[in-house]
Design a protein around this ligand. Structure first.
Ligand code: SAM
Length: 285
Protein backbone atom coordinates (compact mmCIF):
# COMPACT_ATOMS: atom_id res chain seq x y z
CA UNK A 1 0.00 0.00 0.00
CA UNK A 2 1.45 3.38 -1.06
CA UNK A 3 1.76 6.27 1.39
CA UNK A 4 -1.07 8.31 -0.19
CA UNK A 5 -3.36 5.31 -0.18
CA UNK A 6 -2.63 4.71 3.52
CA UNK A 7 -3.35 8.43 4.13
CA UNK A 8 -6.74 7.88 2.54
CA UNK A 9 -7.54 4.60 4.25
CA UNK A 10 -6.36 5.69 7.68
CA UNK A 11 -7.43 9.19 8.66
CA UNK A 12 -5.61 8.99 12.01
CA UNK A 13 -2.34 8.05 10.27
CA UNK A 14 -2.67 11.18 8.10
CA UNK A 15 -3.75 13.42 11.01
CA UNK A 16 -0.81 12.18 13.11
CA UNK A 17 1.65 13.41 10.48
CA UNK A 18 -0.19 16.71 10.08
CA UNK A 19 -0.18 17.37 13.83
CA UNK A 20 3.41 16.18 14.39
CA UNK A 21 2.73 12.93 16.27
CA UNK A 22 5.19 10.08 15.81
CA UNK A 23 2.41 7.50 15.65
CA UNK A 24 -1.37 7.47 15.28
CA UNK A 25 -1.57 5.92 18.79
CA UNK A 26 -1.27 9.48 20.16
CA UNK A 27 -5.00 9.92 19.45
CA UNK A 28 -5.84 6.88 21.56
CA UNK A 29 -4.29 8.43 24.67
CA UNK A 30 -5.84 11.84 23.90
CA UNK A 31 -9.28 10.25 23.55
CA UNK A 32 -8.87 8.22 26.74
CA UNK A 33 -8.02 11.50 28.49
CA UNK A 34 -11.12 13.19 27.00
CA UNK A 35 -13.26 10.56 28.75
CA UNK A 36 -11.33 9.97 31.99
CA UNK A 37 -9.41 13.21 32.55
CA UNK A 38 -6.32 11.18 33.42
CA UNK A 39 -3.85 14.08 33.30
CA UNK A 40 -5.50 16.18 35.99
CA UNK A 41 -3.07 17.11 38.77
CA UNK A 42 -0.36 14.74 37.48
CA UNK A 43 3.20 15.62 38.56
CA UNK A 44 4.99 12.30 38.02
CA UNK A 45 4.15 9.96 35.16
CA UNK A 46 5.66 6.81 33.68
CA UNK A 47 5.17 5.78 30.06
CA UNK A 48 5.78 2.02 29.77
CA UNK A 49 6.57 0.57 26.33
CA UNK A 50 7.01 4.08 24.98
CA UNK A 51 8.84 3.84 21.61
CA UNK A 52 8.59 5.40 19.08
CA UNK A 53 7.16 7.95 21.51
CA UNK A 54 3.75 9.31 20.48
CA UNK A 55 2.31 8.80 23.98
CA UNK A 56 5.38 10.49 25.48
CA UNK A 57 4.77 13.37 23.07
CA UNK A 58 1.20 13.65 24.37
CA UNK A 59 2.52 13.67 27.96
CA UNK A 60 5.14 16.25 27.04
CA UNK A 61 2.62 18.58 25.36
CA UNK A 62 -0.21 18.12 27.87
CA UNK A 63 1.86 18.19 31.06
CA UNK A 64 5.44 19.45 30.67
CA UNK A 65 5.13 22.08 27.92
CA UNK A 66 1.87 23.43 29.34
CA UNK A 67 3.38 23.75 32.84
CA UNK A 68 6.52 25.36 31.36
CA UNK A 69 4.38 28.22 30.04
CA UNK A 70 3.12 28.97 33.53
CA UNK A 71 5.25 31.81 35.00
CA UNK A 72 4.43 30.65 38.55
CA UNK A 73 6.24 27.29 38.12
CA UNK A 74 9.99 26.96 38.68
CA UNK A 75 12.26 24.35 37.04
CA UNK A 76 12.12 21.90 39.96
CA UNK A 77 8.32 22.00 39.97
CA UNK A 78 7.80 20.92 36.38
CA UNK A 79 6.11 17.53 35.87
CA UNK A 80 8.48 14.56 35.61
CA UNK A 81 7.90 12.18 32.71
CA UNK A 82 9.87 8.93 32.49
CA UNK A 83 9.54 6.82 29.36
CA UNK A 84 10.74 3.19 29.23
CA UNK A 85 11.26 0.93 26.26
CA UNK A 86 13.58 -1.86 25.16
CA UNK A 87 14.24 0.27 22.07
CA UNK A 88 15.93 3.67 22.08
CA UNK A 89 13.83 6.59 20.86
CA UNK A 90 14.55 10.09 19.58
CA UNK A 91 14.51 12.72 22.37
CA UNK A 92 11.30 14.52 23.40
CA UNK A 93 11.35 17.73 25.43
CA UNK A 94 10.68 17.09 29.12
CA UNK A 95 10.85 13.31 28.79
CA UNK A 96 13.52 11.26 30.60
CA UNK A 97 14.28 8.09 28.67
CA UNK A 98 15.17 4.79 30.27
CA UNK A 99 16.13 1.98 27.93
CA UNK A 100 15.19 -1.25 29.69
CA UNK A 101 12.76 -4.08 30.24
CA UNK A 102 9.59 -3.04 32.10
CA UNK A 103 9.39 -6.49 33.72
CA UNK A 104 12.81 -6.06 35.33
CA UNK A 105 12.91 -4.83 38.95
CA UNK A 106 16.09 -2.85 38.19
CA UNK A 107 14.15 -0.76 35.66
CA UNK A 108 11.57 0.07 38.35
CA UNK A 109 14.40 1.13 40.68
CA UNK A 110 15.73 3.55 38.05
CA UNK A 111 12.27 5.14 37.74
CA UNK A 112 11.87 5.42 41.52
CA UNK A 113 15.28 7.15 41.70
CA UNK A 114 14.11 9.71 39.12
CA UNK A 115 11.06 10.38 41.32
CA UNK A 116 13.22 10.72 44.45
CA UNK A 117 11.42 7.75 46.01
CA UNK A 118 7.95 9.28 45.46
CA UNK A 119 5.13 7.35 43.78
CA UNK A 120 3.92 8.05 40.24
CA UNK A 121 0.56 9.77 39.88
CA UNK A 122 -0.07 8.12 36.53
CA UNK A 123 1.32 5.09 34.69
CA UNK A 124 0.44 4.62 31.04
CA UNK A 125 1.32 1.48 29.13
CA UNK A 126 0.83 0.65 25.48
CA UNK A 127 2.26 -2.86 25.72
CA UNK A 128 0.22 -6.03 25.87
CA UNK A 129 0.99 -9.59 26.91
CA UNK A 130 2.34 -11.53 23.92
CA UNK A 131 -0.28 -13.73 22.31
CA UNK A 132 0.94 -17.31 22.04
CA UNK A 133 -1.84 -18.57 19.78
CA UNK A 134 -2.60 -21.27 22.37
CA UNK A 135 -6.06 -20.03 23.27
CA UNK A 136 -6.28 -21.55 26.76
CA UNK A 137 -2.94 -20.05 27.68
CA UNK A 138 -3.77 -16.62 26.20
CA UNK A 139 -7.11 -16.55 28.00
CA UNK A 140 -5.41 -17.49 31.26
CA UNK A 141 -2.83 -14.69 30.91
CA UNK A 142 -5.56 -12.15 30.11
CA UNK A 143 -7.67 -13.32 33.07
CA UNK A 144 -4.68 -13.04 35.38
CA UNK A 145 -4.16 -9.50 34.15
CA UNK A 146 -7.79 -8.55 34.85
CA UNK A 147 -7.73 -10.15 38.28
CA UNK A 148 -4.46 -8.40 39.11
CA UNK A 149 -5.98 -5.06 38.07
CA UNK A 150 -9.09 -5.58 40.20
CA UNK A 151 -6.93 -6.52 43.15
CA UNK A 152 -5.13 -3.18 43.15
CA UNK A 153 -7.73 -0.79 41.71
CA UNK A 154 -11.37 -0.57 42.84
CA UNK A 155 -12.38 1.15 39.60
CA UNK A 156 -11.46 -0.60 36.33
CA UNK A 157 -12.96 0.22 32.93
CA UNK A 158 -12.10 -1.07 29.50
CA UNK A 159 -11.91 1.81 27.05
CA UNK A 160 -12.11 1.64 23.28
CA UNK A 161 -10.94 4.96 21.81
CA UNK A 162 -12.53 6.08 18.55
CA UNK A 163 -9.10 5.96 16.88
CA UNK A 164 -8.74 2.24 17.68
CA UNK A 165 -10.13 0.31 14.75
CA UNK A 166 -13.37 -1.60 15.30
CA UNK A 167 -11.80 -4.38 13.30
CA UNK A 168 -9.18 -4.74 16.08
CA UNK A 169 -9.99 -6.31 19.46
CA UNK A 170 -7.64 -3.79 21.10
CA UNK A 171 -8.95 -2.05 24.23
CA UNK A 172 -7.27 -0.20 27.10
CA UNK A 173 -7.76 -0.88 30.80
CA UNK A 174 -8.22 2.34 32.75
CA UNK A 175 -7.55 1.64 36.43
CA UNK A 176 -8.34 4.29 39.03
CA UNK A 177 -7.76 4.91 42.75
CA UNK A 178 -4.74 2.65 43.35
CA UNK A 179 -5.29 0.88 46.67
CA UNK A 180 -3.16 -2.23 47.17
CA UNK A 181 -4.32 -4.92 49.63
CA UNK A 182 -3.43 -4.02 53.22
CA UNK A 183 0.16 -4.88 54.09
CA UNK A 184 0.94 -5.65 50.45
CA UNK A 185 4.61 -6.37 49.82
CA UNK A 186 5.60 -6.14 46.11
CA UNK A 187 7.85 -9.19 46.63
CA UNK A 188 4.67 -11.22 47.28
CA UNK A 189 3.03 -10.26 44.00
CA UNK A 190 3.35 -13.68 42.34
CA UNK A 191 2.09 -15.52 45.44
CA UNK A 192 -0.89 -13.16 45.60
CA UNK A 193 -1.76 -13.71 41.94
CA UNK A 194 -1.46 -17.47 42.32
CA UNK A 195 -3.88 -17.30 45.23
CA UNK A 196 -6.41 -15.31 43.19
CA UNK A 197 -5.91 -17.52 40.15
CA UNK A 198 -6.60 -20.80 41.93
CA UNK A 199 -10.18 -21.71 43.00
CA UNK A 200 -8.98 -22.93 46.41
CA UNK A 201 -7.16 -19.67 47.04
CA UNK A 202 -10.24 -17.54 46.51
CA UNK A 203 -11.60 -18.34 50.00
CA UNK A 204 -8.52 -16.80 51.60
CA UNK A 205 -9.16 -13.44 50.01
CA UNK A 206 -11.01 -10.53 51.45
CA UNK A 207 -13.86 -10.17 48.95
CA UNK A 208 -15.56 -7.41 50.91
CA UNK A 209 -15.81 -5.18 47.83
CA UNK A 210 -17.84 -7.93 46.20
CA UNK A 211 -15.93 -8.37 42.99
CA UNK A 212 -15.55 -12.11 43.44
CA UNK A 213 -19.01 -12.78 44.82
CA UNK A 214 -21.59 -15.05 43.22
CA UNK A 215 -20.16 -17.27 40.56
CA UNK A 216 -16.72 -15.65 41.04
CA UNK A 217 -17.16 -13.47 38.00
CA UNK A 218 -15.58 -10.08 37.48
CA UNK A 219 -17.56 -7.75 35.26
CA UNK A 220 -15.65 -4.84 33.83
CA UNK A 221 -17.51 -1.99 32.10
CA UNK A 222 -16.59 -1.45 28.45
CA UNK A 223 -16.73 2.14 27.24
CA UNK A 224 -16.24 3.74 23.82
CA UNK A 225 -14.37 7.03 24.17
CA UNK A 226 -13.35 10.05 22.14
CA UNK A 227 -15.76 12.24 20.16
CA UNK A 228 -18.10 9.60 18.80
CA UNK A 229 -19.19 11.87 15.97
CA UNK A 230 -15.51 12.36 15.05
CA UNK A 231 -13.36 10.46 12.55
CA UNK A 232 -14.13 6.79 12.09
CA UNK A 233 -10.89 4.78 12.04
CA UNK A 234 -12.44 2.09 9.82
CA UNK A 235 -13.53 4.51 7.04
CA UNK A 236 -11.70 5.90 4.02
CA UNK A 237 -11.75 9.70 3.70
CA UNK A 238 -11.12 11.78 0.56
CA UNK A 239 -7.64 13.33 0.42
CA UNK A 240 -7.40 17.14 0.60
CA UNK A 241 -6.01 18.55 -2.69
CA UNK A 242 -3.60 21.49 -2.97
CA UNK A 243 -4.04 24.36 -5.47
CA UNK A 244 -2.86 22.38 -8.52
CA UNK A 245 -5.33 19.59 -7.70
CA UNK A 246 -2.73 17.10 -6.43
CA UNK A 247 -2.38 15.61 -2.95
CA UNK A 248 0.87 16.00 -1.01
CA UNK A 249 1.60 13.07 1.30
CA UNK A 250 3.74 13.95 4.34
CA UNK A 251 6.70 11.91 5.60
CA UNK A 252 6.38 10.20 9.01
CA UNK A 253 7.28 12.59 11.86
CA UNK A 254 9.99 10.41 13.40
CA UNK A 255 10.79 6.94 12.12
CA UNK A 256 12.04 4.51 14.82
CA UNK A 257 15.79 5.01 15.35
CA UNK A 258 16.66 1.35 15.96
CA UNK A 259 13.64 -0.76 15.03
CA UNK A 260 13.81 -4.50 15.77
CA UNK A 261 13.08 -5.22 12.08
CA UNK A 262 16.27 -3.37 10.99
CA UNK A 263 18.51 -6.40 11.62
CA UNK A 264 16.01 -8.69 9.84
CA UNK A 265 16.10 -6.41 6.79
CA UNK A 266 19.92 -6.36 6.85
CA UNK A 267 19.99 -10.18 7.02
CA UNK A 268 17.46 -10.45 4.20
CA UNK A 269 19.50 -8.04 2.07
CA UNK A 270 22.74 -9.94 2.81
CA UNK A 271 21.13 -13.28 1.97
CA UNK A 272 19.70 -11.99 -1.36
CA UNK A 273 23.13 -10.60 -2.21
CA UNK A 274 24.64 -14.02 -1.33
CA UNK A 275 22.16 -15.78 -3.67
CA UNK A 276 22.94 -13.29 -6.45
CA UNK A 277 26.70 -13.90 -5.97
CA UNK A 278 26.16 -17.68 -6.13
CA UNK A 279 24.03 -17.36 -9.28
CA UNK A 280 26.71 -15.17 -10.85
CA UNK A 281 29.40 -17.71 -9.93
CA UNK A 282 27.45 -20.60 -11.47
CA UNK A 283 26.80 -18.58 -14.65
CA UNK A 284 30.51 -17.64 -14.92
CA UNK A 285 31.73 -21.22 -14.47
N1 SAM B 1 2.94 3.94 22.90
C1 SAM B 1 3.95 3.92 21.85
C2 SAM B 1 3.76 5.17 21.02
O1 SAM B 1 2.74 5.82 21.17
O2 SAM B 1 4.66 5.51 20.26
C3 SAM B 1 3.86 2.67 21.00
C4 SAM B 1 4.24 1.43 21.77
S1 SAM B 1 4.50 0.02 20.77
C5 SAM B 1 2.86 -0.45 20.39
C6 SAM B 1 5.00 -1.20 21.91
C7 SAM B 1 6.40 -1.02 22.45
O3 SAM B 1 6.55 -1.91 23.53
C8 SAM B 1 7.53 -1.34 21.48
O4 SAM B 1 8.31 -0.20 21.25
C9 SAM B 1 8.37 -2.41 22.25
O5 SAM B 1 9.76 -2.22 22.11
C10 SAM B 1 7.93 -2.17 23.68
N2 SAM B 1 8.11 -3.31 24.60
C11 SAM B 1 7.63 -4.58 24.46
N3 SAM B 1 8.00 -5.33 25.51
C12 SAM B 1 8.70 -4.53 26.34
C13 SAM B 1 9.34 -4.73 27.60
N4 SAM B 1 9.32 -5.92 28.21
N5 SAM B 1 9.98 -3.70 28.18
C14 SAM B 1 10.01 -2.48 27.57
N6 SAM B 1 9.42 -2.22 26.38
C15 SAM B 1 8.77 -3.23 25.77
Amino acid sequence: MGKASRDKKDIYYRKAKEEGWRARSAFKLLQIDEEFNIFEGVKRVVDLCAAPGSWSQVLSRKLYLLAKQSPALKDGELPLIVAIDLQPMAPIEGVIQVQGDITNARTAEVVIRHFDGCKADLVVCDGAPDVTGLHDMDEFVQSQLILALKLFFPVVTFAKPKSSRNSSIEAFAVCENYSPPEGFNPKDLYRLLEMVGSPSGVDDLDCSNGWLEGPNKVYIPFLACGDLSGYDSDRSYPLPKVADGTYQSLDPVQPPIAPPYKRALEMKKASSQGIRDLEKLSLDS
